[in-house]
Design a protein around this ligand. Structure first.
Ligand code: HEM
Length: 229
């Protein structure tokens, strides 16, 4: 397959999974199980008392902004949209940035009550810190007009929008597949997601690097070319 076609296929795959996951997340958390009964009933041995109404409100905000971040990030990786409107890319980029901040802040509230206890809480706080640093790095690079690096750091940042999906996939594998307790599976899911997502980002960046100067999800937009010399 030609490199340009490969990039488009990857973008198509990312778009497909993102749209499906956003729809699934919205339907599940706001319509099917708005009390998060399925999730909360699996919490055992909490160190501090969980105020369910407040936790739920925070979770609603968390989910809404997580979905906005996922959608905004996806749109900003589209070169077609970038070529159409730089202004859209910039405004949408700030929407992504603010959404990530809201997801991190709400995650900070929920982390102490995380399924799996203290180890999971630490994992979420590590994740919060990594995601914040990576996303700020992406912003700083574009402020300094380093387009190449901005895109690389945005790829590293965007993969974390897949955290929840991957945690649940790995938890399912360990819980249903290997018969591990749900909470233990969840903790393994959390830590392996952090590692896997960082590796996946590097693979995407490296593979695309072999394609040409600018790489990543799609081909080089014509508008980038003069800025790269
Ligand atoms: C962007 C995609 C994300 C979506 C759609 C999402 C969605 C959710 C949902 C629905 C929950 C409720 C429990 C569940 O069903 O899993 C949750 C919990 C949580 N999320 Fe996220 N999330 C995302 C990303 C993140 C990220 C990147 C972090 C950390 C930086 C994070 C931190 C947390 C924490 C700490 C909890 C509570 C976990 C627990 O109580 O065990 N989430 N998230």
């Amino acid at each position: 397959m030609k490199p340009m076609k490969k990039q488009k296929t990857l973008y198509g795959f990312v778009a497909f999974t993102a749209v499906l996951f956003i729809l699934h997340t919205l339907v599940k958390n706001y319509m099917i199980d708005p009390e998060a009964w399925g999730f909360l009933s699996r919490k055992t041995g909490l160190q501090r008392e969980l105020n369910v109404p407040i936790w739920l409100k925070v979770m609603y905000v968390h989910v809404a902004f997580a979905c906005i971040a996922m959608a905004a990030g996806l749109l900003n990786f589209s070169n077609r949209l970038f070529e159409k409107s730089r202004r859209f890319h910039r405004v949408n980029g700030y929407i992504y940035f603010v959404s990530v901040l809201v997801v991190i802040v709400t995650s900070g509230y929920m982390a102490p009550y995380a399924t799996g206890g203290k180890i999971s809480s630490i994992g979420f706080n590590v994740l919060n810190t990594i995601w914040l640093i990576i996303t700020i790095a992406a912003l700083v690079h574009i402020k300094m007009k380093r387009i190449d690096r901005h895109r690389n750091w945005m790829i590293r940042s965007y993969v974390f929008c897949y955290t929840n999906m991957l945690i649940h996939l790995v938890t399912f594998l360990f819980h249903q597949g290997f018969g591990l307790a749900y909470a233990a599976g969840y903790t393994i899911g959390l830590y392996s997601s952090i590692v896997l997502l960082l590796i996946i980002a590097e693979i995407i960046i490296k593979k695309a690097d072999g394609v040409g100067r600018i790489n990543r999800f799609e081909y080089i937009p014509k508008t980038y070319a003069p800025m790269l010399r």
